[in-house]
Every structure is written in structure tokens, then in C-alpha cells.
Design a protein around this ligand. Structure first.
Ligand SMILES: *Cc1c(COP(=O)(O)O)cnc(C)c1O
Length: 422
């Protein structure tokens, strides 16, 4: 445990000894009224790496000079573009390169995975998930259930925290899985819950889901690039994520998907298919009869969006250099400092309450602060003072100090501004 102090000199001292501090200079930092903003919304849209421009420019140059020949002769041949992100992505989610691929957008990937892994039968048709999942995920679950002619009112179980609590207890999740084990088809949770910032116990939930005879998947939109993941070891069946939040790959970036090796050669698994998922050696024979590639690559539909993917590679290179474990170590300290400062401002919880779990192992970098009264006014004052944070109805301010580019000094300054704004 770090012994924190509530003063600027201490915050600056932490920055001085931060082993990953140099990465901040690799990003463009937004300004408000000509002054550097306090940017705490890497959970919504990560900042732009300065190297992104170079990666994009290289593709534009190759396209200009080579035209269609770029598919084979660009410096990163477009034909194989999805392969270039595999190594780095695999490290970020704790997988083998053959288990991960960048493709499509998050909600599209979620649907593709549900088509294959939510296969309700008369006996097993229920989905267990968290209450208040991100809207797009709710729409995906409900529409998939209806697609199979079932009714979400009885097929979808959404787990709520106990009365008076803000986040789910792992024991309650496991108990609900056990209680529904005869009818359970799928267990699917966010890795890190977007609203509360709770980091679910992926290993335990997966084990329990499997023991109940269900398939287990995760939406890692708020987890990837934020916490350390071990999808392969934890035997997660499938996962999806977006790359524009902590992964800094730009607005609307190409998304990601994971399918566990244990499903790699299940060619008969129902899926929606396209030519980019077809056996690479025969893809251009354009013949009838889909033959999926082994592993998650067999779920690809279309040829790779190269410009988006170039931005993705620029960002992944930075994660390769910094290492997710190093970043996570700083992140726990950085968010821990924010918790400490918030407790100093309001030790009795008169003005606000932190919804996010206090145990660092149960959260990523984000804290969700529930303001008891006039939350919107407080938020507007923060914004005026140059803080870019995130407002969620009815009364929640989400703040995400990102270890790649946020500093302890910024966290300290945020706490001072919040104190004045309350
Ligand atoms: C950000 C986010 C989304 C957004 O979906 P897109 O398909 O990328 O637009 C969906 N689900 C979760 C859990 C998210 O955090």
C-alpha cells in the first residue's frame, strides 16, 4: 500500500518516479480555452497517438503509388493485414495469436458470436448477464433471443446488486448461475462494467458457467487495455471488445474478437460467414461451399479496413512497448490516489459516494462518483474548469485516469477542482 499525501509536491514526486511517464509525450493532449485539459475520458475515447498519422500516411502513400498492387506489395500487404495486430492483441487479452482477430465493430462482433454461441434448446435457453449492461449489449441480447422465437421476459436474467449496494457480489453471480443451471445456455458479462467500473471475476464466472453446462462470453469494451486479462487460461469461450476506448485506435475504430482454441476446429459451429473467413489458400478460387479457417479468423466476413487498422497498429505498438502489466501497476496507484483524495474531500460521504469497488482487484482505472445532489451542476463546473469527464444519468460522474497519459498531478488538480465545485 502506498502512503499517499494530499499535496501537489507529493503528486509531482509520484510523477517523477513513474516508470511509464514518458508515454504521455506520445499522445496529443486536448486543450480547453487554450490550456491543456484534464482529460479523464480515455474510457470513452482514448487520445490520439502522435504515431497514428505516420501509420495512416504510409497506407495512403502505398495506395497512391501501388493501387491494387498494394494488396501484395504495400509495406504491410493489405491481404494479410489482420495478421499484423494479432501478437499485440493476444498479449493484451491473454490469448494465443490464433484466438484473436481485429474485425468489424463491437456490436457486430457481439452478434456474430451470439449466432455461434447462443444456441438455445427447449431445455437450455436462458442468458444470465448484469442488470444495466450497456444499451447496445441489451439490444443485442434481446434481439437474439427474439430471433430464436423466445421471449426476453423469461429468457434473459439480469442480475442486480443487493439492496443498498452498488455492485454485484461474485458469490451472488455464482449462486444465480447455479440456481439456473438446468436452463442456462449462456453467461455473458462485461469485463469491466461501463457504469460502475466493477471488474468482474472472469475466471470464477467462467468456471461456474461451465460447471452449469453453459457457454461463457465477455464484452471487454472497458477491460481491454485497462486491466490484465487471461482469456485463454480462464477458458472463456468467446469475447468481444472495441478499440477506441482504452486502446486509442480512433473514433469508430476496428473492433476485436476472441474465440477460445477449444472451438478452433469446430467447422460445423453455425455462423454467419463471408469470404474473409474462408480458408485462405482457396479464398480466391471463389467457389461454392464455405470452408472456415481454423480459429477466430474463420468468423471474419469482409476484407480488412486498412486505414482503420493502421490506426489500430499505431496504438498497439505503444502497448507493446509499455506492457499492460506495467501500465496496470501504475493504474492501481493512480486510481488509488484518486480514491484517497476523494475520501479526504468528503470523509463522511455527505456530498458523494464512490460506486466503484474499493478493492483495486475489482476495478480498472475508472471511478464512478455518485453525487447526492445537483450532480449536473457540479459536472458543469468541472467542465468549465477544464476537466473533460463523463456524465451519466441520473447523477454519476465517471472519471478514468489512464496510466498511459494521465499524471498524479492531474489527479491532484482534479480533486482540488472537485472540492471547489461541490
Ligand atoms: C462502448 C461500448 C459499446 C459500443 O458499441 P459499438 O458497437 O462499438 O458502437 C457497446 N458495449 C459496451 C459494453 C461498451 O462499453
Amino acid at each position: 500500500m502506498t502512503k499517499y499525501q494530499n499535496n501537489l509536491a507529493f503528486a509531482r514526486q509520484l510523477d517523477k518516479t513513474d516508470p511509464v511517464k514518458s508515454f504521455r509525450t506520445r499522445f496529443y493532449l486536448p486543450k480547453v480555452n487554450g490550456k491543456p485539459a484534464l482529460y479523464f475520458t480515455g474510457n470513452s475515447l482514448g487520445l490520439q497517438p502522435k504515431s497514428t498519422r505516420k501509420f495512416l500516411q504510409e497506407e495512403l502513400d502505398d495506395w497512391a503509388s501501388l493501387g491494387v498492387e498494394g494488396h501484395l506489395h504495400a509495406r504491410r500487404p493489405w491481404l494479410y493485414y489482420h495478421k499484423f495486430s494479432k501478437k499485440a492483441l493476444a498479449k493484451l487479452v491473454g490469448a494465443k495469436p490464433s484466438e484473436v482477430v481485429a474485425m468489424n465493430q463491437l456490436t457486430v462482433n457481439l452478434h456474430l458470436m451470439l449466432v455461434s454461441f447462443y444456441r438455445p434448446t427447449k431445455e437450455r435457453f436462458k442468458i444470465i448477464t448484469e442488470h444495466g449492461a450497456f444499451s447496445s449489449d441489451q439490444y443485442a441480447f434481446e434481439s437474439q433471443i427474439k430471433f430464436h422465437g423466445l421471449n426476453p421476459a423469461y429468457a434473459l436474467i439480469e442480475l442486480k446488486p443487493r439492496d443498498g449496494e452498488s455492485t454485484l457480489r461474485t458469490e451472488d453471480i455464482l449462486a444465480a448461475i447455479e440456481a439456473n443451471k438446468d436452463q442456462l445456455a449462456l453467461v455473458i458479462f462485461g469485463g469491466v462494467q461501463y457504469y460502475t467500473g466493477q471488474f468482474f471475476d472472469i475466471g470464477k464466472i467462467t468456471m461456474s458457467g461451465h460447471a452449469a453446462g453453459a457457454v461463457v462470453g465477455f464484452d471487454l469494451a472497458h477491460a481491454v487495455g485497462n486491466v490484465v486479462l487471461n482469456l485463454h487460461r480462464d477458458e472463456v469461450d468467446f469475447a468481444v471488445w472495441c478499440n477506441y476506448k482504452y486502446l486509442n485506435s480512433g473514433p469508430g475504430a476496428i473492433a476485436g474478437a476472441f474465440v477460445h482454441e477449444s472451438h478452433a476446429n469446430r467447422a460445423n459451429l453455425p455462423r454467419f460467414s463471408g469470404w474473409w473467413g474462408h480458408d485462405e489458400k482457396e479464398r480466391f478460387q471463389m467457389r461454392k461451399g464455405f470452408k472456415p479457417m481454423a480459429g477466430v479468423d474463420g468468423w471474419q466476413l469482409s476484407n480488412v479496413p486498412v486505414l482503420q487498422s493502421a490506426a489500430h497498429l499505431a496504438s498497439l505498438q505503444i502497448f507493446e512497448e509499455a506492457g499492460i502489466k506495467m501500465l496496470r501497476r501504475k493504474s492501481e496507484k493512480l486510481t488509488g490516489y484518486l480514491v484517497y483524495l476523494l475520501d479526504q474531500i468528503d470523509p463522511e460521504g455527505k456530498y458523494f459516494r464512490i460506486l466503484t469497488p474499493r478493492n483495486p482487484a475489482e476495478r480498472g482505472c475508472q471511478l464512478s462518483i455518485f453525487i447526492h445532489q445537483n450532480g449536473r451542476k457540479v459536472f458543469n463546473r468541472l467542465t468549465k474548469a477544464g476537466v473533460i469527464a463523463d456524465w451519466r444519468e441520473p447523477n454519476v460522474i465517471r472519471v478514468a485516469p489512464v496510466p498511459l497519459y494521465n499524471t498524479f498531478e492531474e489527479v491532484f488538480r482534479f480533486s482540488e477542482i472537485l472540492k471547489r465545485s461541490l
